[in-house]
Ligand binder design. Structure first.
Ligand SMILES: NC(=O)c1ccc[n+]([C@@H]2O[C@H](COP(=O)([O-])OP(=O)(O)OC[C@H]3O[C@@H](n4cnc5c(N)ncnc54)[C@H](OP(=O)(O)O)[C@@H]3O)[C@@H](O)[C@H]2O)c1
Length: 360
């Protein structure tokens, strides 16, 4: 018996775009238009159900699952943001508010956000004074967030400053002051966020920390040694902290390693030291200084950067690292290749060293 094939084309990107109804030609010859219409309807219902099943299967297989927040107000997230006066912190505050979420915007001079305060109700925006070098500011800000909103879901650990100058040109007290903000300040925020998520939020509700590290938390750029060192240290302590957490606490942490973005870091917020006399003739140093000044100002917009960082908060399983920017991808790839090459080249130096059972 030969068979006729009826194909229905569906204009969606879903697989299973075609459904085939195999109809025997003898049967086809005997049926009325009403039967054909009925068969078509059944085929369409089948197509719809199979497409739904396909979407359901795909979602359950995809490791990157984005929460569907729906329209329920309970699913809005409470963000606590440090360094909200400018750059990434200000952009993230605006972005969070534009998404309808709740922002606890913290900064050293709260009056800097007076115009934003006038635009949003108290139920959506709380502005607090927080200097990350003052521990009592940190605990007070988290306590105020709990008092107003009952919880904190996401902490954007962002506050930081820049210092430019050859390593030998940077006075130790300046380097220490930078560490006080970029390392110790950020570490204090991490620790209070973890404690808060575990002990102040509902049990096992947990929370997320998005740490604004940097490309130089892993990579290297001459001329910003102590900025880079503080970010390296922040990466180290954050990775250990994450490894120590009990999964039951449901706390997720991501280090964002951003490239150059146009913020105040490239303007008035950077401490620039005169070139060390011994380096005057090193053309590279001068070039690096010019490069650093121009790349931040010519960097991509901070709005675009925070949009990606915000999306991290919607991922079921956010990554530990998020390199952000094409320049960062190139740099990290080169760094990984260099490391891999050295591991291979000098592998024999480790013969008979270390614990064999741990080596793979
Ligand atoms: N721009 C880039 O290309 C880039 C790339 C990678 C990573 N980052 C990181 O992004 C973060 C934000 O910097 P940004 O680029 O947005 O520069 P920014 O516009 O200069 O913002 C820095 C923010 O940190 C705040 N801050 C400084 N010291 C503080 C302290 N002791 N306590 C609390 N807040 C303090 C500043 O507040 P005040 O107004 O009170 O000074 C400001 O709000 C930094 O951690 C930076 O390392 C930037």
């Amino acid at each position: 018996m030969t068979s006729g094939v009826l194909s229905l084309k569906c204009e969606t990107s879903i697989p299973l775009q075609k459904i085939r109804c195999e109809l025997s030609t003898s049967w086809l010859a005997n049926i009325s238009a009403k039967h054909v219409f009925s068969a078509l309807c059944q085929a369409l219902v089948g197509l719809f159900m199979r497409a739904q099943e396909s979407i359901r299967r795909k979602r359950s297989q995809n490791p990157i699952i984005v929460h569907n927040r729906g329209s329920c107000s309970m699913s809005l997230q409470v963000w606590l943001i440090t360094g909200a006066s400018s750059g990434f912190g200000l952009c993230m505050t605006r972005h969070v508010l534009s998404k309808g979420d709740i922002a606890v915007a913290t900064l050293r001079q709260p009056s800097a956000l007076d115009s934003l305060k006038a635009q949003y109700p108290e139920s959506q925006l709380l502005i607090l004074k927080l200097d990350v070098t003052i521990p009592s500011d940190i605990t007070a800000a988290f306590a105020s967030a709990k008092e107003r909103f009952g919880r904190v879901d996401v902490v954007f650990n962002n506050a930081g400053l820049g210092v430019v100058g050859e390593t030998e040109a940077t006075p130790e007290n300046v380097a220490r002051d930078l560490f006080d903000v970029n390392f110790w300040g950020a570490d204090r925020i991490n620790r209070e966020a973890v404690r808060f998520f575990r002990e102040e939020n509902e049990p096992r509700k947990g929370g997320r920390i998005i740490v604004n590290s940097s490309y130089v938390g892993i990579g290297t750029i001459p001329g910003i040694a102590y900025y880079s060192a503080a970010k390296h240290a922040l990466e180290g302590v954050t990775k250990c902290l994450k490894a120590e957490l009990d999964p039951e606490w449901n706390i997720k942490i991501t280090l964002v390693e951003a490239g150059f973005f146009n913020t105040n870091l490239g303007r008035d917020k950077v401490i620039l030291h005169p070139v060390h006399p011994a380096y005057e003739s090193v053309a590279k140093t001068t070039k690096d200084r010019e490069y650093l000044a121009s790349v931040i100002l010519n960097g991509d917009s901070a709005e675009k950067g925070v949009a990606k960082m915000y999306d991290l908060s919607l991922l079921e399983n956010p990554p530990l690292h998020l390199p952000l920017g094409k320049d960062v991808l190139v740099g990290f790839k080169a760094f990984a290749e260099e490391l891999t090459e050295v591991v291979h080249t000098y592998a024999t130096w480790s013969d008979n060293l270390g614990n064999d059972s741990d080596s793979t």
